[in-house]
Design a protein around this ligand. Structure first.
Ligand SMILES: [Zn+2]
Length: 193
């Protein structure tokens, strides 16, 4: 029998009582929807109540969800935590546009490099790893079809690495430019199935 992690977020900073109410209501809904299935219904019915960990208010929903996944177990309590809603700013809206462009650029460059390798003048290309001689027109991407190792040149890889760095730095800028908004609640747990 396995387990699947199920979490839900709720608007606002729910009190302990409200959290319990939401949890109990969801259990009833799960029961209506999934039936009992002898305790392996893969939903909140398989959890033993809910506990609130309110020591930390997480910076975003993803961090909250990761914490709950790490701090709850199958057949045990569901865990509730608080997290801040993320609110975009002028800077983050700009960064978000830049990120879209940078990701598109990266995708295009990868495609162009793969095409360059495929369409080079010499009919075959030698794989440095497995020594296979591969007919270029049969390449589906820039990897060796025999051993999957990379057929790109050092220069081509450097170009991609630079573009990856740019994407990373814009992602960082985007994260840092988001404002902390209202506090919401997340409840989650590992459900037996
Ligand atoms: Zn190879």
């Amino acid at each position: 029998m396995g387990a699947s992690f199920v979490d839900r977020s709720y608007k606002g900073k729910l009190t302990r009582d409200q959290i319990k109410k939401e949890f109990d209501a969801q259990v009833i809904e799960d029961r209506d929807y999934n039936g009992h299935q002898e305790g392996y219904s893969g939903d909140w019915q398989t959890l033993n109540g809910v506990r609130l960990d309110d020591d930390v208010i997480f910076a975003n929903e993803r961090d909250a969800s990761e914490y709950v996944a790490d701090h709850s177990d199958k057949w045990e309590h569901a865990v509730a935590v608080y997290f801040h809603e993320k609110v975009s700013t002028k800077t983050s809206a700009k960064a978000s546009d830049q990120l879209k462009k940078a990701r598109e650029g990266l995708r295009t460059t990868k495609f162009e490099i793969a095409e360059m390798i495929k369409n080079a003048k010499s009919v075959t290309i030698a794989c440095k790893n497995c020594k296979s001689k591969i007919t270029r027109k049969f390449l589906r991407d820039s990897n060796c079809p025999v051993c999957s190792s990379d057929l790109k040149s050092v220069t081509q890889n450097k170009r991609i690495a630079r573009m990856n760095e740019k994407v990373d730095s814009i992602e960082r800028k985007l994260r840092e430019s988001m404002k902390k908004g209202k506090i919401n609640t997340l409840i989650g747990g590992w459900c037996a199935e």
